[in-house]
Design a protein around this ligand. Structure first.
Ligand SMILES: Nc1ncnc2c1ncn2[C@@H]1O[C@H](COP(=O)(O)OP(=O)(O)OP(=O)(O)O)[C@@H](O)[C@H]1O
Ligand SMILES: [Mg+2]
Length: 493
């Protein structure tokens, strides 16, 4: 028996519980780990029946097992299908793995049982099974269509996917490539997305493509994918959404916006040409008539008989002179009206000069100091853009005069690298976001629209201290209208 004692001593160095038994099932030795595992004191197990380590209801089964084992004695490794339930001294039970090896001694065969408590593993497995069940239930019953694919081959779909794609059954979808449901024009997008890195996916957001239902009908689809493991293999779980209504609404909105913009562009240019026509008419007709009138008065004065007939001549000359200066004043007024109607200076001297003139005229009329700084070559701005900028400055200055209560305005225009930058800054009472966005703010709306026609941008705000700044950035080489194409719009319906 000493050699058994020696063996048990050696087993003290093992992390696992070791119990030695003889053919009859008597415990011949157990290491400290075994005693601790089963809740006994060191040495307490020696001489006891192995049965006490097994729950009562299982003892019979265990005995049968034991005799079977003696019939075909071999080494049985741990985890080789030998599940075992251990019973502690206090009666509590725990799941364990057991491995058996026979060992011949002069006193007969000894069975070495190595027992490992697997409670933790069993709990983990349980938890995993539960969480898998929860996931399954969630996905199976989700009203969102959810599909799992491995490199494009469908390995799982929920019922909602079957309904979305009008497929005969879930089974009918398994094993197929989901590219089968994507029209050729969009397969490139899908493949590209499948090869994208998570960062790229994050940046691009959900994938928008068209898809085909079982009945051949096409619809807009939004797909949000996340990487998962399915059956041990890398896979992707994709949430699919029919967004046809959303896309249609968006397209309608965009179309109507585009139409409005075109209408606005059309109205602006119609207004400009109408103003031009009126200005020409005033200039040619009224201007001509006034000039003729002025000449007539001058010649009338000449033909008056000399000598004062009872002071009559003096009165007539006086009247004629006042008529003449009235005509001069009218010509001045007419010129001003013409200039306002049509920026003639813009055509003859260019944008910079026209804005400088506008500033001078503004200062003269309102008494508000107006400084202008202009840099760069305004030849780069074509007639339509120059007119837009001119009108923007004009409306902005009108606003300053009407609303700001300012004493100073500064206009800075800079043309650089085919971009025109303009800012008009006043030192008035400032403007609020509500005022800017108010539905009746047609002046500001017009300013923005004029810029937008040429792909420009306007920002209006009161920064820091007092006053309002209107800033414009206008590309001078861009196309007339921003295309504004949507993500999905490049494939026609
Ligand atoms: N420079 C400014 N300083 C202070 N308030 C301003 C200034 N510019 C605009 N606002 C405010 O913004 C509002 C909207 O301006 P907007 O030019 O759109 O309309 P409006 O000048 O009132 O009318 P309209 O220009 O159509 O004749 C103004 O009513 C005013 O309250
Ligand atoms: Mg206004």
């Amino acid at each position: 028996m000493t050699d058994l004692k020696d063996m048990t001593d050696v087993f003290e160095y093992l992390p696992d519980a070791v119990v030695l038994t003889d053919r009859r099932g008597m415990i011949k030795g157990a290491n400290g780990q075994a005693a601790a595992l089963f809740g006994y004191d060191p040495g307490e197990l020696d001489g006891k029946e192995i049965d006490i380590l097994v729950p009562e209801p299982l003892r019979e089964f265990h005995r049968g097992h034991r005799s079977l084992y003696y019939g075909s004695m071999s080494v049985r490794a741990m985890g080789g299908g030998l599940k075992f339930t251990g019973r502690r001294k206090d009666g509590s039970e725990f799941p364990a793995d057991i491995s058996l090896s026979p060992f011949e001694t002069p006193a007969g065969t000894i069975i070495i049982s190595v027992i490992r408590d697997v409670t933790e593993r069993v709990n983990l497995e349980e938890a995993r099974r539960e969480s898998e069940e929860r996931y399954r239930a969630l996905v199976d019953l989700s009203p969102e269509a959810i599909l799992v694919h491995a490199s494009g081959t469908i390995v799982y779909v929920n019922q909602a996917t079957v309904q979305l794609l009008l497929a005969p059954s879930r089974q009918a979808l398994i094993g197929r490539s989901f590219l089968d449901f994507v029209p050729p024009a969009y397969t490139g997008d899908v493949v590209r997305r499948m090869q994208a890195t998570p960062e790229e996916v994050q940046k691009e957001g959900p994938l928008l493509v068209k898809a085909t239902r079982g009945d051949g009908q096409e619809f807009y689809l939004e797909a949000i994918a996340s990487r998962i493991t399915h059956g041990g293999q890398p896979a992707a779980q994709v949430i699919l959404r029919d967004i046809t209504d959303r896309v249609r609404a968006y397209e309608e909105l965009r179309t109507s916006r585009e139409q409005l913009r075109r209408l606005s562009t059309h109205l602006q240019s119609a207004r400009e040409s109408e103003r031009g026509a009126i200005a020409r008419e005033i200039h040619d007709e009224l201007g001509g008539a006034l000039t003729a009138l002025k000449f007539d008065i001058a010649s009338f004065e000449e033909v008056l008989p000399p000598g004062d007939a009872g002071g009559l001549r003096g009165i007539i000359v006086e009247k004629l002179e006042s008529m003449s200066s009235l005509i001069d004043g009218t010509v001045q007024t007419m010129r001003r009206i013409i200039t306002q109607l049509r920026p003639v200076l813009l055509d003859s001297l260019g944008l910079s000069a026209a804005i400088e003139w506008l500033a001078e005229d503004f200062e003269h009329r309102t008494g508000i100091t107006c400084e202008t700084r202009v840099q760069g070559d305004d030849v780069l701005a074509d007639h339509d853009r120059a007119t837009a900028v001119y009108r923007i400055v004009q409306e902005t200055l009108t606003n300053v005069a009407r609303h700001a209560g300012a004493t100073r305005v500064e206009i800075v225009m800079d043309i650089h690298e085919k971009t025109l930058r303009l800012s008009v800054r006043d030192n008035g009472k400032g403007v609020t976001d509500e005022q800017i966005r108010a539905p009746g703010s047609f002046g500001i709306m017009g300013i923005k629209e004029r810029a937008l026609i040429f792909g420009g941008e306007v920002s209006i705000g009161s920064s820091g201290e007092r006053g309002t700044t209107v800033s414009l950035t206008l590309p001078l080489d861009g196309s007339r209208e921003p295309s504004g194409a949507g993500t999905i719009a490049h494939h026609s319906t």
